[in-house]
Design a protein around this ligand. Sequence first.
Ligand SMILES: Nc1nc2c(ncn2[C@@H]2O[C@H](COP(=O)(O)OP(=O)(O)OP(=O)(O)O)[C@@H](O)[C@H]2O)c(=O)[nH]1
Ligand SMILES: [Mg+2]
Length: 493
Amino acid sequence: MFVSRRTDTDTLNHKTQMTNTWPPYPPPDETELEKAVRLEEEKVAKRISEEIDRQIESDRQELKSRRLKTKILLLGQAESGKSTLLKNFQIHFAPKAFNTEVEAWRAVIQLNLVRSVNVILAYLSKTSAAAAAASPRFSKPKDDLRWLKMRLAPLRQVEVILNRLLGVHGDDSPGESPVEVEMHWDSDKLSEVAVGSDFGWKTLMRTEKPRPTSRFWDDLDDARRILEACRDDIVAMCEDKTVQHVLDEEGIRILDEPGFFFDQASRICAMDYTPTAEDILRARLRTAGVEEHRLCMESPPSERGREWIFYDVGGARGQRAAWAAYFEDVSAVMFLCPISGFDQVLGEDRTTNRLVDSLKLWKTICSSKLLENATFIVFMNKSDILEKKLKAGIRFAAHIEQYKDQPNDLEHVSMYIRRILLAIYKECSPKKRPIHAHMTCATVGYASSFSLTLTCFAQLFRTRQDTQMMSRVLCSVRDIILMKALETTQLIG
Ligand SMILES: Nc1nc2c(ncn2[C@@H]2O[C@H](COP(=O)(O)OP(=O)(O)OP(=O)(O)O)[C@@H](O)[C@H]2O)c(=O)[nH]1
Ligand SMILES: [Mg+2]
């Protein structure tokens, strides 16, 4: 930017150039004092000019590096499976880093279980109808319930300890014990706990140094000893007919509820319990705010060291306003649509159907101008729950009237939802762009599962039994994102 000045020996016959040259030629009759002032001014101007050049270059570099970063947004309503999908990516592409978090997940899973037990106990003792319908195993139902409650009372302490160690807060009442605030039955909130993204709960329990204080480990040990001591009673409660009766009455399909670990209670309460990948995928921890997760690829060797930055957002309505701040320079949007939610309502608005809300949200995201250059990948998630519900005879058309009398099976229902998702995408996208869609069960991980792979705008719809369904979906998504990164690199040179 700074043009070097010609020497003083240049003459007036360069007058025409003089007007275009900077700094200008000195006047021929310049005094010594004027020359000194001029040279000083030129020095200052040169410094400013160089500073501007440096700033422009640094802005250019910053822009380039921002565009080269693979920034991925995980979007979707609450409980759609965003954080679970992220765990799948971590387990698959950065297993060593993920392993360092296992200890923290053990505490979360134990908290999920303890919290479910505490909430159910609190509910049972409040509901006389429930007590009256107590297990035939007990001759005096109310007394036996009281007895069970008494024996399991230490679990409240376990919940308090785990909440404190993990930095968990309940729904809207940080600091209060979730058990205290939930004396009414609300299945959506049964295992709802959230950890603020700034608390660092995962790093707190990492196996490498620096480790937390010994007080921290002593408390954790205490919680685990109590849990183990209560193990038989917890298992008895989980298998108890009263509990099952109440849950049935409430329409709670316990194995489908997020964060319920009743079927694994005995294993999870053991002192030497180590979570499996599937346990971690099933754990429920509500995301509060927007969390940034950096995933450094460990495999395959060709991708080792490449960094992906995921933004995992809280999906409840009250949290959605914060999303837009993260829409700039996004490489890929992964939208989670929980297709099993057709017969459920939102936790935050009991008048809105979950599937309808999800489709509305999809429309808003597809229409966003800020996201027009992002690659879109939609996950029709919770396909396992959808399948179970349809097989159990729950009619899709009873909740989504437009479906009318079409067959009530997984293939037809998922095709229908897929058609709507793609139609919305086509209609609302600010410009024509490809989309990739997968039907998933994010909690299955690597086990065998039913899978459908959909490719938009092509009439491809395959159904197959695939022993490594999630693994294939993840690899395909990785390839899509790598292609996008390559395109961006070529564009910015
Ligand atoms: N059965 C089944 N459960 C799933 C599936 N995907 C996620 N879940 C469970 O659903 C619960 C909610 O999943 P999350 O990943 O925490 O949901 P989220 O979208 O991050 O929710 P917020 O953080 O509240 O926005 C967890 O307990 C998961 O284990 C699925 O495909 N099938
Ligand atoms: Mg989440």
